[in-house]
Write a protein that binds this ligand. Structure first.
Ligand code: SAH
Length: 487
């Protein structure tokens, strides 16, 4: 297994700085023993203009099997032989990634005590891997590396150069070029993506692998369009770990998008159509509509799902007819702000007994949500990617099953009435979609039917004769069929 990293430079910024960055002297060939064999680092070329470091991993297939690490899931008659006769010794794969992180660990962390100014400086980089097992082919290689700033050359390696008619092997020759990346970023990309392309069972996978993945993925994985595929393959498709990683990536995304961007427009003045002296912000109108609907249905124990910074929870607390109020959000930052707003730590015992905040994702079922009178989803569904909506629908309407569910979401038709909103724009950067009245109704009716609820629609804010209200609310009530069943 063989990988080279090259850089170019000049007299003032010599390419041989690569030696400092990698903590390996260009004048020496060094060998390191790893648990899978011996890793060699050497420099085929080391000049001011061009410098190349090579990592060569000599895999000890026999030791690998003896240690029990290379054992396949077995059963097939040739499984025993396959432990010894396989592509491990020459194809770059997950083992190369492990060696990379072992031999270049400081470089990967971006540490260089001798020349502290070097690691943060992007430099021209070329990475070459002559034989890389790539399940998904050159096409997937591009989808993985190009969003990170690499120019990708991926050529399939023929099974046998003498017999082109035999076609391609599952290996490719990979060349990556970039000018905008630091060496640490490049190494972290390789550390994660080489095993992803290999897609073999990585027998080392354990629960701290999620931590390692997120650490190596810091700064690039949360925004990567293929983050789901990357996570699932890296974790050898172990569902419980993959799910953990997805949830944590979502947290990172939300923390980043988070409340730095307040929902300005939404919370701005409702409409000029309203000739009140001091028009009420739409957010307040929404809370009023929600409280009215909850009271009308006699709800006492209420979930605020996606409670954000706790404004609705605060209002619910003011009315003693709400005896138990639970705020749930996926964003820890939002919950921290909510808890400060509510002064949870200074609250009297009686009040404190009525309220609870906890972190959770609505895309997963959660026992803690069972048995409430009502659940509110105020301006939450539009923050989910449409393919994840069915999971939320199931978690709320299928599993938790409160008697009443209130869902509010923007009415996109109304956007033309917002003066400050350029045509075709959504109201908030993190909205994944905004629906027309018809789209919302179709969705709500489908959900109601599937889970045995009745549904009504209530406009929130001035109901414009042409485009409808700024906010639309659906009120779901557990259906009679279900009640008859329970009786
Ligand atoms: N309900 C509040 C906040 C709306 S903003 C209000 O009406 O003002 C949307 C909120 O949904 C954010 O706080 C966000 O963190 C939360 N959210 C988004 N996706 C979520 C998910 N999958 N699970 C739980 N909360 C989520």
């Amino acid at each position: 297994m063989f990988l080279t990293i090259s850089t170019t430079g000049s007299a003032e910024r010599p390419a041989t700085d690569l030696g400092f960055l990698l903590h390996k002297h260009p004048g020496k060939a060094q060998a390191f023993s790893t648990s899978y064999g011996t890793a060699h680092v050497l420099y085929p070329e080391a000049g001011a203009e061009r410098c190349t470091a090579a990592l060569l991993l000599e895999v000890d297939a026999v030791a690998l099997v003896r240690r029990g690490k290379g054992r396949g899931r077995g059963g097939a008659p040739d499984a025993a032989l396959a432990q010894y006769v396989n592509d491990r010794p020459y194809a770059a794969s997950s083992l190369l990634a492990v060696a990379l992180s072992g031999v270049f660990s400081s470089a990967m962390r971006g540490v260089c005590n001798a020349r502290p100014e070097l690691p943060d400086r992007p430099r021209p980089l070329r990475v070459e891997v002559p034989a890389l097992p790539a399940r998904g082919g050159p096409e997937l290689v591009r989808r993985l590396f190009e969003p990170l700033g690499w120019t990708v050359t991926a050529e399939p390696v023929p099974l046998d150069a003498e017999f082109p008619q035999w076609g391609h092997s599952r290996y490719i020759r990979l060349v990556l070029d970039a000018n905008t990346l630091t060496l640490a970023q490049a190494l972290r990309h390789l550390y994660v993506l080489l095993p992803v392309l290999d897609d073999a069972k990585h027998y080392w996978v354990s629960s701290d692998e999620v931590d390692k993945l997120l650490r190596a993925g810091e700064g690039w994985l949360p925004g990567h369009p293929e983050q789901k595929l990357i996570t699932s393959r890296y974790l050898s498709r172990r569902w419980s770990l993959t799910r953990q990683a997805w949830e944590r990536l979502e947290l990172v995304r939300l923390a980043e998008a988070d409340d730095s961007e307040v929902e300005d427009i939404d919370n701005a003045v409702a409409a000029e159509a309203e000739q009140e002296e001091k028009p009420t912000p739409l957010a307040a109108l929404r809370r009023d509509a929600i409280l009215t609907a909850l009271r009308a249905r006699g709800a006492a124990r209420v979930l605020d799902l996606g409670c954000g910074q706790g404004q609705l929870v605060q209002e619910l607390l003011r009315d003693p007819s709400f005896t138990e109020i639970v705020g749930v959000d996926v964003s820890v930052r939002a919950l921290t702000i909510a808890s400060r707003r509510l002064k949870l730590d200074r609250m009297g015992e009686r009040q404190a007994a009525r309220v609870q905040l906890f972190q959770g994702s609505l895309a997963y079922t959660d026992k803690r949500l069972d048995g409430y009178d009502a659940a509110v989803l105020s301006e939450v569904i539009e923050h989910l990617d449409p393919p994840r909506l069915p999971a939320l629908e199931y978690a709320v309407f299928g599993a938790a099953r409160p008697r009443t569910v209130l869902v509010t979401t923007p009415n996109v038709e109304y956007n033309v009435r917002w003066e400050s909103l350029p045509a075709g724009h959504v109201r908030h950067g993190d909205h994944r979609f905004e629906w027309t009245r018809e789209e919302f109704r179709a969705w709500a009716r489908k959900v109601a039917e599937r889970y045995g609820y009745g549904v009504e629609f209530v406009p929130v804010g001035p109901d414009d004769p042409e485009v409808g209200p700024p906010t639309q609310m659906a009120v779901f009530q557990a259906g009679t069929a279900k009640e008859a069943e329970a009786a």
